[in-house]
Structure formats: C-alpha cells, structure tokens
Design a binder for this molecule. Structure first.
Ligand code: MG
Ligand code: ZN
Length: 225
C-alpha cells in the first residue's frame, strides 16, 4: 500500500496525513519540474502511459516500437518482476524495469533514477509504462510531456466516471482491444461522452494493438502532440 494515496490509514491520523501527503506531492512536483528540464535539454519526449492492469500497455508498446521509425526507449514500472521489461527487450528497444514493491505508482524520483540507468538517446521518444492502477498515478507528475490513459473494451464503459481524476489528467485516452468489440458489451460513443464530461480537452483514439487496427491515429497523435 502507498502512504501517499492514503490507503490503510486510520481515521485518527487523517488530519496529520493530509499534511504529509501535501508535502510528498509538493516535493514530487519539484523533482518533476527538474525532470522536465533535463528531458527537454536532451530533446527527449516522455509519454506517461497509465491504465488498470491488463489493458494492453505493453502490447501497445511492442507494436509501436516495431512500427515507429526513430529512436524509442522504455521505462517499465511494476510492483514486482521484470516480465514486461523482458518483453520490451525482445523488440531490441533499450529498457529499464522499476519495481515499486509495495508502492502502487511511479514518482518523479523513480523516473529520474531510471533515466540515469537507461541513458536514453538524445531526441528519442521515451515511454514510461506506469504501474497498473487508475488511482494514485494521476497524482504524481513525472515530468513527462504527455499523459495517456489506456482502457480496453473488456473494461466497463463507465471507467472515466469511476476514476475521474485519472481521466481529467489525460491528454489522450486510448481505447484498446477494439478487435474484441463483437464479443463484449462496450459502448464506444458512451465512453467518448464520459471522457468528455470529465475532461473536454482529452483526445480519444480507439485501436487494437494486437491486430493493428487504427494504429495510424496513435502515431499521428504522437507526432502532432
Ligand atoms: Mg505491462
Ligand atoms: Zn500509490
């Protein structure tokens, strides 16, 4: 459990912990600002990918690395294992794994350490695959240039309403696994309306990272944004 997101704290300490949470987030914002400067100085374009577990972030990255021209590097965040980093490594892309242990999000200090280990090429596109969690990653600025929330059609259409903070923080919402649309009860038009209701500025791209449908719209967003 994560001290900052407040889970597992008893009521008597609630007031004290709000102060601690504000301090932690203020410190994180300072480190994120430093990351943003460092990345900009190296011409590195960092994209923070957030989602619940199983939405297909790693699969989206595997196809993107294969199909996108130009240098790409990846920071993989998970509580445990190097499984996703190994999948990325098999594509030939430079990658480092960050394990957060009991923690449930990446923070700016973790990204700074990961960038130092990875030493990504100048002018590369740096994807940061956050820990699968639609709650506290929304609170932690990493110093990224763009924030992407990935959901899949196997999840509920109402995800944007249930996790409004995450969707409010997104520049782009990717709806993945549209190849499964015939088998599930997912209403893309309703999902689009829900996203707009919590974040009128967010763009939305629906695609299938497994089958390759509509990947061009994702690449176009990466180029244009
Ligand atoms: Mg993954
Ligand atoms: Zn957390």
């Amino acid at each position: 459990m994560c001290a900052t997101c407040g889970c597992g704290h008893d009521h008597a300490h609630a007031h004290q912990e709000i102060t601690l949470e504000q301090k932690v987030l203020a410190r994180n914002d300072e480190l994120a600002a430093a990351n943003r400067e460092l990345l900009a100085a190296r011409g590195i374009d960092a994209i923070n990918l957030m989602s619940s577990p199983g939405s297909g972030k790693t699969t989206l990255l595997e196809r993107t690395i294969r199909e996108l021209p130009g240098p790409v590097a990846v920071v993989e965040g998970d509580q445990e294992t190097r499984l996703d980093a190994e999948r990325i490594r098999r594509t030939g892309c430079p990658v480092v794994q960050v394990n957060t242990g009991a923690g449930c999000h990446l923070d700016a200090a973790m990204l700074r350490d990961a960038v130092e280990r990875l030493a990504p090429a100048r002018d590369c596109l740096l994807f940061v695959e956050n820990v699968g969690n639609l709650v506290c990653p929304a609170l932690f600025d990493l110093g990224e240039r763009g924030r992407v929330v990935v959901i899949s059609v196997t999840e509920g259409t109402d995800k944007p309403l249930k996790y409004p903070y995450m969707f409010a923080a997104a520049d782009l919402v990717v709806v993945n696994k549209i190849d499964l649309m015939p088998y599930v009860d997912f209403d893309l038009a309703a999902c689009r309306e829900h996203v707009a209701s919590v974040n009128p500025k967010a763009e939305l791209v629906s695609l299938s990272a497994t089958r390759g449908d509509n990947m061009g719209a994702w690449y176009e967003w990466l180029r244009a944004s």
